[in-house]
Design a protein around this ligand. Structure first.
Ligand SMILES: [Zn+2]
Length: 278
């Protein structure tokens, strides 16, 4: 009876509790790991009328597994949210980087990730990765996003056209900007590739304002050249670009078109396979 009561008292639906047993010494032990599970403190100090239930190794192991599962689940959810508009970038991680022609950008992005939010977000640089098509700007921006998500930061990888879509669906434009401001890092992919309208420029300008006020960083990738940033052609855009350029740490990415290089490699490989099987 006493034994059954002990087991019932000790049971917690969160755990697969191993059965307990009371041994000849009158103490209660876990039958799986053999560690003490029931301690009457009055045995140590008669004034202490307290019974404690030490956690044994089996419960600790379950606790660790539960915590890891929760962290993994949280991380997966944060990652799904981050890449909702760009699910293809979810797999872009520093570990998956082939390290071809990185021209030091990998190191810059790794350092950026390491120093992100230290000591706080206000001190974190705004970053702009610019250069030719296919040199890996979006890839490295996504690497940063994935690494920061792993560290528990909230990141959003999106683009101006996607934000424009969201804004077009609501009259409450401020709510869209406020929601974007809840992210620790906002990544705008491929700035300048969108069709040119004053409205698009206004969105970029508003984002700069909102992020500045919230003192939260922005990371931008762009195929535009330094010259195009300096002289974008009209004054409305110049206002946006000069503000952005002054605020951001600019990182120029050079090198071959990695997408094309990858395609070429893949193509060659497929051709070799074809010839081999012929
Ligand atoms: Zn145990």
């Amino acid at each position: 009876m006493f034994q059954r009561c002990l087991n019932e008292l000790a049971s917690n639906p969160r755990y697969d509790e191993p059965p307990l047993e009371t041994r000849a010494d009158g103490k209660t032990y876990c039958t799986r790991c053999g560690e003490l599970r029931w301690l009457d403190l009055s045995e140590i100090n008669p004034q202490l009328h307290l019974i404690v239930r030490p956690v044994c190794s089996c419960i600790k192991a379950q606790d660790d597994a539960l915590r890891r599962r929760t962290e993994r689940g949280n991380c997966e959810r944060a990652r799904a949210d981050c890449f909702r508009d760009f699910s293809c970038m979810r797999e872009a991680t520093f570990a998956a980087d082939d390290r071809q022609n990185t021209h030091g950008i990998r190191e810059i992005c790794l350092k950026y990730t390491e120093k992100f939010g230290v000591p706080d977000l206000r001190r974190t640089e705004w970053l702009i990765l610019f250069g030719n098509v296919g040199v890996g700007k979006s890839f490295y921006a996504a690497c940063v996003a994935n690494a920061l998500t792993d560290r528990g930061f909230r990141v959003k990888f999106t683009s101006i056209p996607r934000i424009e879509q969201q804004l077009s669906k609501t009259f409450d434009k401020a709510a869209v900007y406020d929601a974007l401001n809840t992210y620790d890092l906002l990544i705008l992919d491929d700035l300048g590739a969108e069709r040119r309208t004053d409205y698009m420029d206004e969105i970029v300008f508003s984002l700069i304002e909102y992020r500045s006020q919230a003192m939260r960083p922005l990371l931008i990738t762009s195929n535009l050249s330094r010259r195009e940033f300096d002289a974008p052609g009209d004054t409305a855009r110049q206002r946006v670009f000069s503000r952005l350029w002054n605020r951001c740490l600019a990182v120029r990415m050079e090198g071959e078109d990695r997408r094309r290089a990858f395609m070429n490699r893949t193509n060659e490989q497929r051709l070799r396979e074809l010839l081999k099987n012929a």
